[in-house]
Design a protein around this ligand. Structure first.
Ligand code: PGA
Length: 253
């Protein structure tokens, strides 16, 4: 069996942890976590904590700091927004794109998500594109259609080299912050569909994470699935010791 890519553990802190708390978190996390060649840890703090996170995690191998959202315009009168350039200036090397809270709480459209994705690639930020269906869409058996629509809106104008740079997170909306999550087999089936779609568009490699109520108890079963290349975690990434434990989980073969 060919070697799998390094497992990716991504922490989405949402609207939690200011600069001081970020430094405190990093100190505790670094005391607990032993970096290893077969895993990466990425942190998506709030924009005000990007610089603190960049400094506090500096030197930790295979770590990235990322923004939670970016605007597609390079600069201008966009109150409250962060451009790719500003995120990079604060130390970010990655960004979430189209997180379900951006789509469903802030009303971001597929079209806007696509513009953000292209801006991130053009500006040198590693994008992590989030896709996933709502409960209503799942109950209508529309999971594959919704995920494909969101994926296509994001990636259809990209060439193969750009496609290979995009990491995908499949996060069913009904599983986010609810304590419910897809079974590893259900998630793996959706991942396989996403991978087929990406290959059909010309990708040669793809990394697909699962997200939605991932925690210390369920993470091992998820990453044991060959289709699951890592996890994107909200609530359970806010505790430094707990997060270090999740990032250290062994992958069963
Ligand atoms: P959760 O959030 O782990 O708290 O469900 C995941 C996410 O929104 O990325």
């Amino acid at each position: 069996m060919p070697d799998r890519p390094a497992l990716l553990f991504a922490a989405n802190w949402k609207m939690h942890l200011g600069p001081g708390e970020t430094r405190e978190f990093a100190g505790k996390f670094r005391a607990e976590y032993a970096p290893a060649a077969d895993r990466e840890t990425w942190f998506f703090p709030p924009a005000v904590s990007l610089e603190a996170a960049t400094a506090a995690f500096a030197g930790l191998p295979r770590t990235r700091i990322g923004a939670q959202d970016v605007h597609w315009e390079p600069k201008g009168a966009f109150t409250g927004a962060t451009s790719v350039f500003l995120a990079r200036a604060a130390g970010a090397s990655a960004t979430l794109i189209g997180h379900s809270e951006r789509r469903h709480v802030f009303g971001e459209t597929d079209e806007e998500t696509g513009r953000k994705l292209r801006a991130a690639l053009a500006g040198g930020l590693q994008p992590l594109l989030c896709v996933g269906e709502t409960l209503e869409e799942r109950e209508r058996d529309s999971t594959a259609a919704v995920v494909n629509r969101q994926l296509n809106a994001g990636v259809r104008e990209l060439d193969s080299a750009e496609l290979d740079r995009v990491v995908i997170a499949y996060e069913p909306v009904w599983a986010i912050g609810t304590g419910r999550n897809a079974t590893p087999a259900d998630a793996a089936a959706v991942h396989a569909g996403i991978r087929r779609a990406l290959m059909g568009l010309g990708a040669s490699a793809s990394r697909i994470l699962y997200g939605g109520s991932v925690n210390a108890t369920n993470v091992a079963a998820l990453v044991a699935e060959p289709e699951i290349d890592g996890v994107l975690v909200g609530g359970a990434s806010l505790d430094p010791e707990g997060w270090a434990g999740i990032c250290s989980v062994k992958r069963e073969r």
